[in-house]
Design a protein around this ligand. Structure first.
Ligand code: ADP
Ligand code: MG
Length: 467
């Protein structure tokens, strides 16, 4: 008896008891701060083990919950704790399956636990395939992606499937944020509605798993897995092509889910109707819902993305460098981020400050490959094509407005997109004087500010030439 008492004292030092008491107070504060839903989904899953030194130790049942709590609530928990005991500086969370799970004997309870366990595995599996940085908070919206962004947000926030947005089809070129938005939708649903079963998969994996299931006679399990999803997300749909049986299976999965009012989100590198080697009926079904495209980034968006990144990682990079990168790395956001990371890593390693000079130096090769050597001839050709003129009109002296205006645009674009001087440009436009070119540029700049249609025309031409 005495020894048991002694054991008790050893196992439960007073500080741990204090921890439990404080934790129940902190939990009340957090429940008030976050509201019942968030509290139940996340905070209530934390079991306080003890406090040692300046750390509170918790356990949670799954890695998914741990990661989510750390990302979203760590600082707030510490802050709430400090109100009661300001010696606490951090929290530590480890994963531990609750003991009671192991001791339960009653079979119905055990089955239920198994199901819970499966759900946990499901969410752990999901979170393993999701990039933790790809959340809405880290996504910068701008004119080129704001429709896709708004559509993704709406789908992730809506409790019910909106018939007009099922499936949601996001498309755009490589590195422009499709996967980021897909993951953000999945994270958001997991956070706000953890009981919804989200399945995220790349189309390539879908194909691979389907073929594997056929081989191993597990096709029923395969069907069940995808058709039981509340939200099915398939990334890079362009890779489901050719293979007829996979397309067939995909089509039926798509139909079953949509007919049962489950949300489907698909991404692709082109619009549904442009998908090659894809059955017509699938293309048509994919185009039924909401189709949102992501265009190439603008300079402002690139700058905004860079500014948001350096702010998040708290590195000081002069604005001049960010402006330089935003102007020079125009291909896509992945390359833009890569360039920034490279500069930061390099200067870190060599203990230098980030400056424009060392940025140019570090990125020399990358910058060269990003520089698409646009020629004056190319500019003339594209401008003439767009305005239904002959290329020779570009170097003629005809003064009618329908020819003179496009010619001025071509001169302007030659100045902004190529490295040639005013004199060189004049020469290529039928031996005109450099002051004529200068006048053209000024005129275009004025019109860009006052005439929306005109500026859209110039923007599109620039895009065509840069691609
Ligand atoms: P995609 O799937 O379209 O090829 P990703 O979603 O993988 O492109 O994006 C490439 C990289 O660029 C990712 O690191 C992503 O976080 C980043 N990115 C793309 N668009 C944005 C944006 N608007 N704001 C912040 N980061 C972005
Ligand atoms: Mg992608």
């Amino acid at each position: 008896m005495t020894s048991m008492l002694t054991d008790d004292v050893v196992l439960d030092p007073p500080v741990a008891n204090d921890g439990q008491v404080v934790w129940s107070l902190v939990k009340d504060d957090l429940r008030r701060e976050f509201g019942e839903d968030t509290y139940k989904s996340w905070i209530s899953k934390l079991e306080c083990k003890d406090c040692s030194n300046a750390t509170v130790n918790f356990t949670v049942p799954t890695r998914f919950i741990r990661d989510w709590v750390i990302t979203h609530f760590e600082k707030k928990i510490v802050k709430a704790w400090q109100k009661h005991n300001n010696c606490i500086k951090k929290i530590n969370i480890i994963i531990s399956k609750s003991k009671s799970t192991l001791n339960v004997v009653e079979s119905s309870v055990q089955n239920k636990l198994k199901l819970i366990q499966q759900d946990d595995d499901q969410s752990e599996f999901l979170q393993l395939s999701l990039d933790r940085r790809f959340v809405f908070d880290n996504f910068v919206a701008g004119p080129s992606n704001e429709f896709a962004y708004a559509a993704a947000r709406a789908v992730s926030e809506s409790k019910k499937v909106q018939p007009g947005s099922n499936p949601l089809f996001l498309y755009g070129g490589v590195g422009l944020g499709k996967t980021h938005l897909m993951h953000a939708v999945a994270w958001h649903i997991q956070e706000t509605n953890p009981s919804r079963k989200v399945v995220y998969i790349s189309a390539e994996k879908f194909m691979y798993q389907f073929i594997k299931a056929l081989r191993t006679n597990e096709i029923m399990q395969f069907k069940e897995k995808y058709r039981s999803a509340d939200v099915l997300m398939v990334d890079d749909i362009q890779f489901i092509c050719g293979k007829d049986s996979t397309q067939e299976e995909f089509f039926h999965t798509l139909n079953t889910l949509i007919d049962n009012n489950r949300q489907v989100v698909i991404s692709g590198d082109r619009s549904p109707s442009d998908l090659q080697n894809m059955e017509e009926r699938i293309k048509s079904r994919l185009g039924w819902g909401l189709v949102a495209d992501i265009h190439n980034t603008t300079y402002e968006l690139r700058l905004g993305i860079l500014q948001s990144k350096v702010e998040k990682i708290q590195v000081s990079v002069p604005n001049q460098v960010l402006e330089f990168l935003a102007a020079k790395i125009t291909s896509n956001v992945r390359e833009l981020e890569g360039a920034l990371n490279k500069v930061i890593a390099h200067t870190n390693l060599t203990k230098q400050e980030v400056t424009l000079a060392n940025t140019q130096d570090i990125l020399r090769d990358l910058l060269r490959s990003n520089e698409k050597n646009i020629t004056i001839e190319e500019v003339q050709k594209k401008v003439a094509e767009r305005h239904n003129l002959k290329v020779s009109d570009m170097y003629s002296s005809k003064r009618s407005r329908n020819i003179a205006r496009p010619r001025q645009i071509a001169m302007y674009l030659s100045k902004t997109l190529t490295v040639h001087s005013l004199a060189e440009i004049g020469k290529k436009f039928g031996g005109k004087d450099h002051t004529t070119v200068m006048h053209a540029i000024k005129k275009v700049e004025l019109l860009l500010q006052s005439d929306k249609e005109f500026s859209e025309d110039v923007r599109l031409l620039t895009k065509v030439l840069e691609c």
